[in-house]
Design a protein around this ligand. Structure first.
Ligand code: F6P
Length: 319
């Protein structure tokens, strides 16, 4: 059998450990692994080559993806999806492992309804916005990058008696912001999933300042689009000199953490095992309360991710 691996959409730390495990494990099973380079764009253009052990030597600790990734506008067009499918056939690829996020799974769902496909999606995005799984490859590393940045920002904030507004990624999902705020002891956290009560926050912060608080750390999820507004409010209403730090794409890079490497290994081995036993299966790997499983792609893309209410509860206890 020939199995392919492709990375699609925003890259996330942990893709390389998954790629390495894929190649090693497929060979261990006596089958042939293929790389699809450059994401869905490369699939359309037929950038498909056999993978060798030496291609994946020394990559386990590296962020990014050695086979690259892309977001493809052409894939929205049926003609290009057909071309992508024909390229898989041309190379006799019997099954595909897709490392990607929500958008990539939607694209694969579309392809699977039009053509006979055998693929397993592996949730890979720092945003943690995929329905049906507690976590995704890349989330833990991104959280640790943010934690490191917040620890450093706190050093200067506390020394200079300033407020800081730190914007983190996540698209419409506030998971990265919420966990970062809780674990870094931030005073304020704004996420798309929760309202921010300015009056309550102002009363609380002013009392704390009267009692000796000299700096404020706030985390804003990019999806709220409230970074500038919050900074202005901290200056005008709370009366503290304020700086903004947008963490940006550093959150997508760096050496994958031990947790992300383990998740990549666990997902990949299960995905390959499943593909070797199936012919027309369109599933996505998930992990729920520590247990690994699979869900139909239709269920994953047909539902919207919701932030864990327990996490929201912890967030409400920030002040
Ligand atoms: O989905 C991952 C992500 O990093 C989001 O958090 C962010 O909004 C987006 O991708 C950034 O996209 P780009 O790399 O195209 O600027």
């Amino acid at each position: 059998m020939s199995l392919g691996i492709i990375c699609s959409g925003g890259d996330a730390p942990g893709m390389n450990p998954a790629i390495k495990k894929f190649v090693d494990y497929v060979y261990e099973k006596g089958e042939t692994p293929y790389f699809i380079y450059n994401g869905l764009e490369g699939l359309i253009d037929g950038e498909i080559v056999p993978a060798r052990h030496k291609d994946v030597a020394g990559i386990v600790h590296r962020g990014g993806a050695i086979i690259r990734s892309s977001r493809s506008k052409r894939f929205y067009d049926y003609e290009y999806r057909k071309k992508a499918y024909e390229n898989l056939q041309k190379h006799d690829i019997d099954g595909l492992v897709v490392l990607g996020g929500d958008g990539s799974f939607r694209a694969m769902d579309r392809l699977s309804h039009e053509f006979r496909l055998n693929f397993v999606g592996i949730p890979t995005t720092i945003d943690n916005d995929i329905y049906g799984t507690d976590t995704c490859i890349g989330v833990d590393t991104a959280l640790n990058v943010i934690r490191d940045a917040l620890d450093k920002i706190r050093d200067t904030a506390s020394t200079f008696s300033r407020a800081f507004v730190v914007e983190v990624m996540g698209r419409e999902c506030g998971y990265l912001a919420a966990v970062s705020a809780i674990t870094s002891g931030a005073e304020i956290c704004l996420i798309p999933e929760a309202d921010f009560n300015k009056n309550v926050a102002a009363e609380h912060l002013k009392r704390e300042i009267r009692e000796g608080r000299s700096y404020i750390l706030s985390i804003v999820s990019e999806g709220t689009k409230m970074t500038n507004e919050l900074a202005e409010w901290l200056e005008s209403e709370i009366g503290m000199e304020t700086r903004i730090t947008v963490l940006g794409h550093i959150q997508r890079g760096g050496s994958p953490t031990v947790n992300d490497r383990m998740l990549a290994f666990e997902f990949t081995v299960r995905a390959v095992d499943h593909l070797l036993q199936s012919e027309n299966s369109n599933k996505v790997m998930v992990v729920e309360k520590g247990a690994y499983g699979m869900k139909e792609i239709d269920e994953i893309v047909g539902n919207r991710y919701r932030i864990d209410p327990e996490l929201l509860g912890m967030l409400n206890r920030l002040d």
